[in-house]
Structures are given as C-alpha cells and as structure tokens.
Design a protein around this ligand. Structure first.
Ligand code: CDP
Length: 212
C-alpha cells in the first residue's frame, strides 16, 4: 500500500504523514529531506545549488548520515533544495531510492506514506491513495514562522513569505516534475482546517479508495 501526499511548503504534509504512518503502521519517507540534504551538501562547501554538475555530484554522493544534519530544517537550505530540485539530473539520481522505498518499505512494513511534490505524479503514479494538500500562502508562511520559532530560530514573517513565494514559483514552473496535483488526488485546502480535520478527511478518503 502506498499513500502519496504532495503539496507546497508548510501545507501540512509532515503532520499528516506522521499521523498516517502511525495509524497504519506504515513506513514514512519525507522526500523533501533528500533534496534538502543535496542542497546542504552543495552550499555547506560554498557551491552553487543551481550548477548542474555540482548538484548532481552531491546527489550521487548522498549518504544516510547527510539526512541527519540539523541544518536541513533551515530556510536557507529549503531555498537551496528547491534550486537543486529543478535540475533533471538531480531528480533522476533520487528517483530510484524513492521507488525502492515504496516497493519495499523498510522494517517489513506493509505500506509506505511518502510526502513530497511529485510522488503522485511521477514517483508513484500508480499509488492507490493520493492526497494533495494546499493552503493560502499567508497561512503557510505563518505556520512556517511558528515552526521556526519552535526550533529556536528567529524568523521574520515578511521574509519567510517572500522566500516561500519564490520557492512556490520555482517548484510549480520547473520543467521537470513540477508541483501539481495528480488527476486522481484528493485536493484539500487546509487554510481553515486544523490537523485533526485534515487527518479525518484523509482517513475517509483512504477508506473510500481501499473499500473495494
Ligand atoms: O518542508 P517544506 O514543505 O517547506 O519543504 P520540503 O518538503 O522539505 O522540500 C524542500 C524543497 O525540495 C521543495 O521546495 C522542492 O523544491 C523540493 N522537493 C521536490 O522537488 N520534490 C520532492 N518530492 C520533495 C521536495
């Protein structure tokens, strides 16, 4: 069983996928972390995340250890992630790992909950359950500011909003695997929904998709 959850920054993917993975006892993969780790590998040594050769080399050299770096949660790394993510060769390197995870979830789990931007459209187009979360950009920027504050990071709303707009635009207009809902996805606007309401709606949808 594969549950694909896509959507823009701070639309609630992380919270929902954690809850779903726990509820069904499935493995969870946050694919944003892969792109963040590639971005961090590049900028931590002063490289240009938009440079194809540099970014592709960083993707090929990715190790499990790179996914644990605390820096990955920062907005600077998010920006670098969206730059490396626009490069087709980088995405090609990361596709295999994601598909292998979906086909054989670790720890003998019987399913996977995977979140990202292109899971329902490109990585797992045959996933039986696809959910696309979205929310007004002002709401998402406010959520991200709160998350950053919880992490102990100083964040200014106006700056976060501006960066998020740029990242949304880069993610939706890139030529390779742009952010968009799959045709058969449940699209949920979470602007006025709390995490419980999103979880309930997702469970209903999954039940409807798996009942026959
Ligand atoms: O946490 P947030 O939603 O802000 O970002 P993320 O999911 O960690 O992803 C960071 C960046 O990686 C995104 O802005 C995308 O450019 C890229 N990404 C992608 O292109 N494809 C994915 N499957 C996941 C992330």
């Amino acid at each position: 069983m594969i549950i694909a959850v896509d959507g823009p920054a701070a639309s609630g993917k992380g919270e929902l996928t954690q809850r779903l993975a726990k509820h069904f006892n499935y493995a969870r993969l946050d694919t944003g972390k892969l792109y963040r780790a590639v971005g961090w590998r590049v900028i931590s040594v002063g490289g240009d995340p938009s440079d194809e050769t540099t970014a592709t080399r960083a993707a090929k050299g990715l190790t499990a250890n790179d996914l644990e770096a605390p820096e990955l949660r920062s907005e600077i790394v998010a920006e670098a992630a969206s730059k490396v993510a626009a490069i087709a060769a980088v995405r090609a390197v990361l596709v295999e790992f994601q598909r292998a995870f979906a086909a054989n979830p670790p720890d003998g789990k019987s399913g996977a909950v995977i979140d990202g931007r292109d899971i329902g459209t490109t990585i797992c187009p045959d996933a039986p359950c696809k959910i696309f979360l979205t929310a007004d950009i002002e709401v998402r920027a406010e959520r991200r500011v709160n998350q950053l504050h919880e992490q102990g990071t100083v964040a200014i709303y106006g700056r976060v909003l501006k960066d998020m707009k740029e990242r949304d635009s880069r993610d939706t207009t890139r030529s390779v695997a742009p952010l968009e809902p799959a045709e058969d996805a449940l699209v949920l606007d979470t602007s006025k929904m709390n995490a419980d309401a999103v979880f309930t709606a997702a469970l209903e949808f999954i039940a409807s998709r798996t009942s026959d």
